[in-house]
Design a binder for this molecule. Structure first.
Ligand code: BGC
Ligand code: MG
Length: 553
């Protein structure tokens, strides 16, 4: 492995607009399940490179690739054992460089997923740190003596089940892990740890990446005094970041995450990115109660994160006009100059088509709504095909989280099954070999191939919706105002550089009528099924129908 960026690697990608990320659409790729190129049943980097024309055809601006770094794969790559190398299962550094060249040639930015909060227990840093209490890296992880009775130092819980502490006989101490016990948490209070992580970040910047998705960004620091978390009363619990049956929800995580010291590290991270020009970072903020508040803290000004990934639209309950308005109002009051990244689906939650029990018409309406929102958008591979959550049998389960809480919570395998490219092939064109998770039989009817040939397919609606957004600077970068829920109809205005767009979406399967705002409006987006006001100056929306209109001066 070399630290030198290869000569063929353009240091900067195509455009130099430092604001490219604002309002952009990011396509999330889960590399294990996108495209296998070498017949081992596991997706890989050359597979992603081969599919670049498809990704570009969606009209997205960037890809975010979930982790492909060296890893024992206990948490499928979110347990990194070498930040500066590609896991052989996914390919090589040269494959990564080729992928970046290919993406840039298709006008796509490349964002990679840095998991800085914890490493794998196989990482050399942890191997050294855990050997004894006197080594050079003795303080690189969060170590603590037991209580006098031998139990862990405090009451913190792991999200994946059980206490957040595991005993290390060699040190006769406990170490902290917010996730699996094979994912020890790094000690961010130690500046050497921060420096090492920033060096790893620089390694990828030098290879030409355009940005980062930062995993569990609000978990970086733990309370120096390791104080107990207070209990969270039942009425305040929700299942935004952990399923209802997880006792993690019973605590108010005031000491195990969201520590004030994090801001200074985020500023160091941003300063590094700014050395490289048009780069962007999106931080994943996992917090069931204070997510939007933290998003505000982390994205305000221009010296922290560019944007934070919000969990609000990943919630279990279907989005309603009212809930969207509430979220946007809360965002405006917590983060007036902050910037959110919105997603309906990802590799951690049940696919939204299933989670919200959506018909094809409803799926169309939700993406039409998404393109109207202020913020950056993130699509998860397969949602453009309308994929439902796959039913994965217990024997096929891979995710340790699902194995722990089965069957009340079935884990994350159902949203991680392979992409379906062709309907004629048993494995959907994903792989010639038995895939690491079975291809859902039901998904085969929704393959890319079958939708390409069907003008009425959801895939084309996604393309049209993204193209519509991209042609309207007010939707990409504009302010939003007059957010309203009138029954099931969400309406809002977006304004930018003198242009004003009115958006209304009927989020229900029955017709709805609302008043058209004052002024003269020209209809837009007929290709999305948008309609304009009737002769009575009222807007009569059919089931799931949108209205997009631009104000005439
Ligand atoms: C990732 C998960 C992962 C966890 C621990 C997350 O929020 O998205 O997939 O298991 O962080 O790294
Ligand atoms: Mg492979």
């Amino acid at each position: 492995m070399s630290n030198m960026a290869p000569a063929t690697m353009p240091h900067k990608s195509g455009t130099t607009d430092p604001d490219w990320w604002r309002g952009a659409t990011i396509y999330q790729i889960y590399p294990r399940s996108f495209q296998d190129s070498n017949g081992d049943g596991i997706g890989d980097l050359p597979g992603i490179a081969q599919r670049m024309p498809y990704i570009a055809s969606l009209g997205v601006d960037a890809i975010w690739i979930s982790p492909f770094f060296a890893s024992p794969m206990k948490d499928f790559g979110y347990d990194v054992s070498d930040y500066c190398d590609v896991d052989p299962m996914f390919g090589t550094l040269a494959d990564f460089d080729a992928l970046v060249v290919e993406a840039h040639a298709h006008g796509l930015k490349v964002m990679i997923d840095l998991v800085l909060s914890h490493t794998s227990d196989q990482h050399l840093w942890y191997q050294e740190s855990s050997a004894n209490r006197t080594n050079d890296k003795a303080d690189w992880y969060v170590w603590a003596d037991p209580k006098p009775d031998g139990t862990p130092p405090n009451n913190w819980l792991s999200i994946f089940g059980g206490p957040a502490w595991t005993w290390c006989p060699a040190r006769e101490q406990y170490y902290l892990h917010n996730f699996l016990k094979s994912q020890p948490d790094l000690n961010f209070h130690n500046p050497d740890v921060q420096d090492a992580l920033l060096d790893a970040t620089r390694f990828w910047l030098d290879r030409g990446v355009d940005g980062f998705r930062l995993d569990t960004i609000n978990f970086y620091f733990a309370d120096k005094e390791l104080r107990d978390n207070p209990p969270l009363p039942p009425e305040k619990r929700n299942d935004t970041i952990a399923p209802r049956v997880n006792p993690y929800n019973h605590q108010d995580h005031v000491h195990s995450k969201n520590q004030p010291e994090n801001i200074a590290f985020l500023e160091r991270f941003r300063a590094l990115l700014d050395e490289y020009g048009a780069r962007a970072a999106v931080g994943e903020v996992g917090d069931a109660q204070k997510g939007l508040e933290i998003l505000g803290d982390y994205t305000s000004g221009d010296d922290r994160m560019h944007m934070c990934y919000a969990f609000e639209f990943l919630a279990k309950d279907p989005l309603t006009a009212k809930s969207v308005v509430d979220v946007m109002h809360r965002l405006d009051s917590n983060a007036p100059d902050g910037w959110a990244c919105w997603a309906f689906s990802n590799h951690d939650v049940m696919r939204h088509a299933t989670r919200w029990n959506l018909t094809p018409a409803a799926q169309r309406a939700y993406v039409s709504m998404m393109v109207a929102l202020r913020g950056t958008l993130c699509l998860y591979q397969g949602e453009e095909l309308g994929l439902q959550e796959a039913d994965v049998a217990f024997e096929d389960l891979q995710d340790p989280y699902g194995i722990e809480f089965w069957p009340e919570f079935k884990g994350r395998d159902g949203c991680r099954t392979p992409m379906v490219w062709e309907n004629t092939n048993l494995n959907g064109g994903f792989s010639d070999a038995k895939p690491w998770l079975p291809v859902s039989h039901e998904h085969l009817h929704h393959s890319v191939q079958s939708q390409e040939d069907d003008p009425a397919a959801l895939l084309h609606h996604y393309r049209r919706a993204l193209a519509f957004r991209k042609a309207q600077p007010a939707l990409l970068k504009g302010a939003h105002s007059d957010l309203k829920a009138t029954g099931n109809v969400l309406s809002l205005h977006r304004t930018h550089a003198g242009a004003e767009i009115f958006c209304a979406i009927n989020l229900s399967d029955s017709p709805s009528t609302i008043d058209m705002p004052a002024g003269t409006w020209a209809a837009l987006a007929a290709e999305l099924g948008s309609t304009g006001a009737g002769a009575d100056n009222k807007l009569h929306l059919g089931p799931w129908q949108p209205c997009f209109a631009v104000k005439k001066n």
